[in-house]
Design a protein around this ligand. Structure first.
Ligand code: GLP
Length: 239
């Protein structure tokens, strides 16, 4: 775990790690969370790309989660947020984006999606944030480590937290689709970014508390692969 001074350093250290992964594997598959926490990291990656330090021409990007029931081009689309913050600044074209299923027979579509993921092999990198209730993506508590891509009901805590993005709680959809825990936990490298005082309680529970479905991020304690947690001082202050 790395404790950094502030959100800016969090972005820089996170970007170092992503740059290292992409340097070693130029065609890396990268899960890119939305939410406020990784925005500094993405801006830093875009700056490095512009200055020629980072070559993103061959990466592919995987969508982590999305609300259900939105019209195309709805301002609240998490894909739209990912496009503005990650795909466009890094020049990732549509053909190199793996998008979650959102319609039709969703259960079957998610199962087919997961079969596709399994055929491709593990993600090279998952860039994740931490929900106030310990979720990763929209793997709300309780979520098991073997859980697959699926439709979820958002918890009141998540709806309240997401209201910061869109206005108020009534603006937050109540259902979503998320990549399952098993695909996240099997990523070759995982970077969990945690910033701000609102994450103080949960980050300690996730990293030091008992491992279990009540705090899905706690499964990172047991993940066999390369997990880096970067926490800023506001989140990791003495309790
Ligand atoms: C949201 C998203 C997650 C995100 C997390 C933290 O609900 N579904 O993908 O990582 O909560 O968000 P933030 O970084 O804004 O605190």
């Amino acid at each position: 775990m790395r404790v950094v001074e502030n959100a800016e350093e969090l972005g820089r250290i996170g970007a170092d790690l992503v740059t290292e992964v992409v340097g070693a594997r130029p065609a890396a598959s990268i899960v890119a969370a939305t939410g406020r926490t990784p925005m500094g990291l993405y801006a830093e990656l875009a700056a490095r790309r512009r200055s020629g330090v980072l070559d993103t021409t061959a990466i592919s990007t995987v969508q982590l989660d999305e609300y259900l029931g939105l019209e195309r081009d709805d301002r609240r689309s998490l894909f739209g947020w990912m496009r503005r913050s990650f795909l466009e600044p890094l020049g990732v074209s549509d053909g190199r984006v793996i998008r979650l299923p959102l319609g039709g027979d969703l259960e079957e579509a998610c199962a087919a999606f997961d079969r596709g993921l399994e055929a491709r092999g593990p993600f090279d990198l998952a860039i994740l944030g931490l929900g106030r209730n310990g979720h990763l993506g929209f793997n709300e508590p309780p979520s098991h480590p073997e859980s697959s891509t699926r439709m979820v009901e958002l918890s009141p805590s998540t709806i309240e937290a997401n209201a910061r993005y869109w206005g108020n709680g009534a603006d937050v959809p109540t259902t979503a689709v998320t990549l399952g825990m098993r695909h996240l936990l099997s990523a070759r490298a995982i970077v969990l970014l945690v910033s701000g005082t609102s994450k103080r309680t949960i980050v300690h529970r996730a990293l030091e508390g008992p491992v279990g479905p009540g705090v899905p991020a706690s499964f990172l304690q047991d993940a066999a692969n390369d997990v880096t947690v970067i926490v800023d001082r506001a989140a990791w202050a003495d309790r």
